[in-house]
Design a protein around this ligand. Sequence first.
Ligand SMILES: NC(=O)CC[C@H](N)C(=O)O
Length: 488
Amino acid sequence: MSGLLIAGTTSDAGKSLVTAGVCRWLARRGLRVAPFKAQNMSNNSMVCADGSEIGRAQWLQARAAGVEPEAAMNPVLLKPGSDHRSHVIALGKPFGTLEAGEYATGRQGLARIAFDTLAELRTRFDVVVCEGAGSPAEINLRAGDYVNMGLARRFGLPVLVVGDIDRGGVLAAMYGTQALLSHEDQELLAGWIVNKFRGDVGLLRPGLDRIAELTGRPVLGVLPWLDGVWIDSEDALAAAGWAREEQGGTLNVAVVRFPRASNATDVDALAAEPGVSVRLTADPDAVRASDIVVLPGSRSTVDDLAWLRSRGLAEALSDRAAAGRPVLGICGGYQMLAREIHDEVESGAGTVAGLGLLPTKVSFSTEKVLGRPAGTWRGHQVQAYEIHHGSALADGEAEPFLDGWRAGSVWGTTWHGTLDNDGFRRAWLTEAAAQAGVTWSPSPGAPGFAALRESMLDRLADAVAEHLDTELLLRLIRSGPPAGPRIL
Ligand SMILES: NC(=O)CC[C@H](N)C(=O)O
């Protein structure tokens, strides 16, 4: 079998979820499927069983495929720490930093790693479904590209391009994408998928027919907008799908929108809980008014702490703590709650004062901690993962809370993913709601979070089966790009 590359006309066209749906659809047919993204830029990541770190989306796609997530599925992960600098993870482990200007020179070695990894992965799986990044029409990046057409050229992969009709301009984006590609690259372009469609597909049909005619490429199908399919977003907070949905709960949770939020998928499980409304905010009044406030992880703890202060959010958090209203800090957010932070590693700032809401001191070490710890809280099992350089030590009296501490209404842990554990999440929410003076209890019979994720993956695979020309999809995967296609 050959494989496939799923690219997009834009970022956020839905490539990750379409890839997840295709992975599950192929797995249902009894094939051994692996997802692959040569290079991901994201601060939402996951720790695999072997201790390697990969992008959250590839972890989800591996789950969709029913295989164990591993470093090879996302050999290069760039985690932006600022607008100009990314922390590079290669094959699941720290690999230094890359300045924006260094991409051209720094990338060659990374391209080699990605190509070697895909070559090896292809020997172990029946099909590898590759996901592109951004858009292949970013021709300014073509020379060093190893994620989009550069990857497809190297492996002779047929490329399907996903267009986002919800954003508008999808026909122009499809045509324009092809027109901007070189002849060599157009030869690999095999067809189109229209994504996130709401309404009557009959109205769209003449446009689709015309685009197929003009481009000489078939439209494999139109995937509908799927409500409720949003968890495990690739972009930290910015694209959190639940932020776009009406939730209408009685327990209000505010999640502080750090500029460098990381692993913010932690709050997905709160947004999925019946009776809970989650909002992203940078507004001190919202932080004061909400029942519960979550400080998520951060790729740049000290910088995001300074941002917090500059926005008046630090004061709002202190007021909450003084009034006994709950605040939960997770990893970077937990570090900020400390009395003091010593960091010569991530920010190089030395010693800075923390918010002083937990009796802890944090110090950063060059050694990165990657792990999948487990524990219990009030008798509930908790499976978690951790990704950090900074560690907190107690500097006074507090009640143990997972690996961290609780002092009054302020809770903190380095562990991510704790809220995915149904028993723990519901017990903690009940206790935090009581601290906030709100009566909230879990809805009997509400699905667990893992079951919700599974049903989301099933809905994606069902949409692939129902709306795409799956015969053509299989033919492309087996036989590669079409022979002699039209070149614009
Ligand atoms: N995952 C996180 O929130 C990381 C926190 C912090 N940036 C650290 O590396 O320690």
